[in-house]
Design a protein around this ligand. Structure first.
Ligand SMILES: C[S@@+](CC[C@H](N)C(=O)[O-])C[C@H]1O[C@@H](n2cnc3c(N)ncnc32)[C@H](O)[C@@H]1O
Length: 371
């Protein structure tokens, strides 16, 4: 059965998501701002959950239509084939958002969508009441400029949660964004990766997992695993498939350093939990003491942003220091993500390439130096 699917993603990584979905075998891949649409069967649904490095979650696109009134919303939601997904005992809470639309009250939309699904299922199952004690089928909606997407979340906890990270350090970068930075920096399995401001180690861990072709979702669970709709065998086969594609990367190595010892301890623990501790060496080091350990290197980091004035001055000083330490050298590339508009002035060189990326709600750029 072909299923319409969609992925919400961080702004700026749509093309990375689209490419990885194509590589995973998805069909009809199309992207728009912050979202990618595709089609596939149950295997693709499971495969995307297990393997995607850049997607935030995988949703079934149950329907999409225009609605400017509650009646239109109700009728069109009720017309969707909910019984194909939601069983008699399943729970199906509804949540979502509305932007720039006639139907702006999220709580009203929420209850109307819920009511429409209940009405549909009442007729189909000849039931008056649903206990909703079964597996979670989280219904989500997105209403933007009166265009409604009705979605069923297959993922549960967001895909950025790979399951290896202890939540403890300040300002860790999101795993999906760290993976995206490795991808746009063209990290290869024979590269030496550096992050001299590594904090809890996310960039290095994501880079090592990429080099070893370790699927980020292999060791976690997903909502749809508990759905009656998808055969357990599908998940078993897809996990086996992902495991069989892991590769050795004897030439890959990563070096991480930071001046914060507590963060480094978390980084080491996280690397162990992610199964990449043999690929990464950590050291307690100030940026000013940074020394490359290889002839060539791919350096990626996310320095502190600095929201307040004093922090901003410190950040600019750090960028200046980076500009002096990250020398223009054959075989070296540097990618630094920052929200600072004046990053290049402080760093002292114009980037060879810039790429807009969002770190959550913060508009950033990846400044890339490779010449
Ligand atoms: C935004 S955090 C990096 C977060 C990291 N990517 C992660 O996933 O946890 C910035 C890091 O830079 C470190 N840092 C700031 N100034 C530094 C310096 N001069 N030398 C070494 N580390 C520094 C901080 O200790 C902090 O861990």
């Amino acid at each position: 059965m072909e299923i319409n699917l969609t992925v919400p993603c961080l702004l700026g990584v749509e093309s990375l998501v689209a490419n990885e979905l194509k590589e995973l075998g998805a069909g009809n891949v199309k992207s728009e701002n912050g979202r990618v649409f595709f089609t596939g069967d149950c295997h693709i649904l499971a495969r995307a959950n297990i393997n995607s490095r850049f997607a935030e979650r995988i949703q079934v696109l149950v329907g999409s239509f225009k609605a400017e009134s509650f009646v239109e919303l109700f009728d069109q939601v009720k017309a969707l084939p909910w019984e194909e997904w939601i069983g008699e005992a399943d729970s199906f809470p509804v949540k979502g958002y509305s932007k720039d639309s006639t139907l702006f009250s999220v709580s009203d939309c929420q209850s109307i969508i819920k009511k429409a699904i209940v009405e549909r299922l009442k007729q189909k199952y000849k039931l008056e009441w649903f206990d909703e004690t079964g597996p979670l089928h989280q219904v989500q909606f997105s209403i933007i400029k009166d265009r409604v997407l009705i979605l069923l979340d297959t993922t549960g906890t967001g895909l950025h949660k790979r399951g290896y990270r202890l939540e403890a350090t300040q300002a860790p970068i999101k795993e999906t964004l760290a993976a995206a930075l490795c991808q746009i920096s063209r990290l290869r399995p024979y590269h030496t990766l550096y992050d001299p401001l590594c904090g809890s180690g996310t960039i290095l861990i994501e880079g090592a997992m990429m080099a070893l072709n370790k699927a980020p979702g292999l060791n976690r669970n997903f909502s749809a695993v508990r759905w009656g709709k998808i055969n357990q065998e599908v998940w078993v086969q897809e996990r086996d498939r992902a495991r069989s594609l892991e590769q050795k990367a004897d030439d890959f190595f990563a070096y991480g350093s930071d001046m914060d010892e507590t963060a480094l301890n978390y980084a080491k623990e996280n690397a162990k939990r992610a199964g990449v501790k043999n690929q990464i060496e950590f050291g307690l080091l100030k940026l000013s003491d940074f020394k490359p350990k290889s002839e060539r290197g791919t350096l990626i980091c996310n320095p502190p942003y600095g929201e307040r004035l004093l922090d901003m001055e410190q950040s600019e000083a750090l960028y200046k220091e980076m500009g002096q330490i990250f020398e223009r050298k054959r075989g070296w590339s540097y990618t630094i993500i920052s929200s600072s508009e004046t990053f290049e002035d402080s760093f002292g060189r114009k980037a060879d390439k810039r790429r807009k990326l969002y770190n959550g709600m913060i508009k950033c750029q990846a400044f890339m130096y490779f010449k």
